[in-house]
Design a protein around this ligand. Structure first.
Ligand SMILES: C[S@@+](CC[C@H](N)C(=O)[O-])C[C@H]1O[C@@H](n2cnc3c(N)ncnc32)[C@H](O)[C@@H]1O
Length: 434
């Protein structure tokens, strides 16, 4: 980040390429490649020792330096032009994913554009244009004219259902909302007639909010819950990191209420790590709860410790528990709504009860020029929250203020986990009757 000329950035890249390559070789991990063989999970993303930390830090420096190099080489005009066309890249990815083009490209050999069109049900003209655009972005290759083969990225999209589910929702439903952000802000600024509460309302008129839409559209709802579940299985967002972030075992056989827990992936991950704890997964969306029940069906241990309950978190909490766990919930709501959600717990809180938030946490300023997801994801989510719900990601201090406003009984008990900006950061509050 300190380097500022092309030559300085290139030198920084060389140094970090050496560190990353040597560490990957030492650990017996595959070196990155564009070819189909590169479709591997980076094992080091799934472990936590010191060498892994060194490797991941060097990789992040490398990503940022490579991005700096790209910006400098392009120059400011092409840099801004490319950013302006970002939505076209996303639209292309959405088409690739929705029509399951990667799943229809055979492994280890190529397929003709004609056959691929017929297998995906697209016209040859449309398929050809979509695939050749995707090739420019490193998804698929054309080893000879008219023949399509996999790259590491397309093969990963074909094989990794969790990545597929996340990409399908992000590049489709979510993008439809986010691209309307400036229009929604303009309408609000000009106090236009029927001012939209959020960009969501421009993309999906006639619905109160995203959750209202999901409750009335079962297919979209299934896609939404598959996205939430798929995301939580990818190493970056893995819920096992939540399990490692805090001493859950100290709760013994206590009850954890997973408020807005959708299909229960966080509770299931925690239950698999802590054999005594009990869980109540609450949500308003019965579709998600049903998916959760089905996913543990037949597992007598999980069935005996995890229950799924329909509950609206704006109404008084019915379950007395040791911990109330909110994962990616408060970021969907305005400050006023968050205070109501927190206050709905008050009737059942006892001295020592904890409220735990698992959220991306906004860093304090100044903002950094950084494209690594550890830094940028919380900004991405903040925009998505603004566009989808007129809501926000918050800093630790902003969460503290919300809890202070909800009740003087709350005290801030610390931040645990993998740090600022990362999804599994735990922000913990304790309660004592005032
Ligand atoms: C962003 S998702 C987070 C889901 C889950 N906690 C996770 O970490 O993946 C928000 C969840 O809140 C649920 N939700 C929205 N409004 C709710 C309400 N009023 N009461 C209970 N759950 C609600 C949604 O159905 C959805 O499952």
């Amino acid at each position: 980040m300190a380097s500022s000329t092309l030559e300085e950035v290139a030198a920084a890249i060389s140094a970090d390429v050496k560190i990353v390559s040597e560490l990957l070789r030492e650990r017996g991990e595959a070196l990155p490649t564009f070819s189909e063989e590169g479709a591997v999970v980076i094992k080091s993303e799934e472990s936590e020792d010191d060498k892994t930390a060194t490797l991941l830090q060097a990789r992040n420096r490398l990503i940022n330096a490579a991005n700096d190099l790209l910006q400098l080489a392009r120059g400011p005009v092409d840099h801004v032009v490319s950013l302006g066309y970002g939505a076209t890249d996303t639209a292309n990815l959405a088409a690739v994913t929705r029509f399951e083009i990667p799943q229809n490209v055979p492994s280890g050999k190529s397929i003709s554009l004609t056959d691929l069109a017929s297998d995906t049900g697209l016209s040859e003209d449309h398929l050809t244009r979509i695939v050749r655009y995707a090739i420019a972005n490193g998804i698929f290759s054309e080893p000879e004219p008219g023949q399509i083969a996999h790259t590491a990225a397309s093969a990963t999209l074909a094989k990794n259902k969790n990545l597929h589910d996340m990409t399908l929702f992000n590049s489709g439903f979510s993008t439809r909302i986010v691209v309307g952000l400036a229009d929604a802000l303009k309408a609000q600024q000009e106090k236009q007639e029927n001012v939209p509460e959020a960009a969501f309302n421009l993309a999906y008129p006639g619905y109160v909010n995203l959750f209202d839409y999901m409750s009335k559209n079962p297919t979209a709802s299934q896609e939404y819950f598959s996205y939430l579940d798929g995301r939580s299985q990818l190493s970056r967002y893995a819920v096992w990191k939540v399990a490692k972030s805090w001493d859950w075992a100290s709760l013994g056989s206590g009850t954890i209420v997973d408020v807005g827990g959708s299909s229960g992936h966080a509770s299931i991950a925690l239950a698999n790590s802590f054999s005594e704890a009990k869980f109540v997964v609450q949500d308003v969306n019965v579709e998600g709860l049903e998916m959760g029940r089905a996913s543990i069906s037949g597992n007598s241990d999980l069935e005996s410790r995890i229950t799924f309950q329909e509950h609206n978190f704006f109404t008084p909490q019915p379950v007395e528990a040791t911990v109330y766990f909110f994962r990616h919930i408060l970021h969907d709501w305005s400050d006023e709504d968050c205070i109501r959600i927190i206050q709905s717990l008050l009737p059942v809180l006892r001295d020592g009860s904890r409220v735990m938030l698992s959220e991306g946490v906004m860093p304090e300023p100044p903002a950094l020029r950084s494209v690594v997801l550890e830094d940028k994801h919380v900004r991405i989510d903040d925009h998505v929250m603004l566009a989808a719900h007129n809501a926000r990601e918050r800093s630790v201090q902003q969460y503290v203020k919300l809890f202070e406003a909800a009740s003087s009984g709350f005290s801030f008990a610390g931040v645990y986990g993998h740090g600022v900006g990362v999804h599994h950061t735990l922000v913990v509050f304790e309660y004592k009757k005032p």
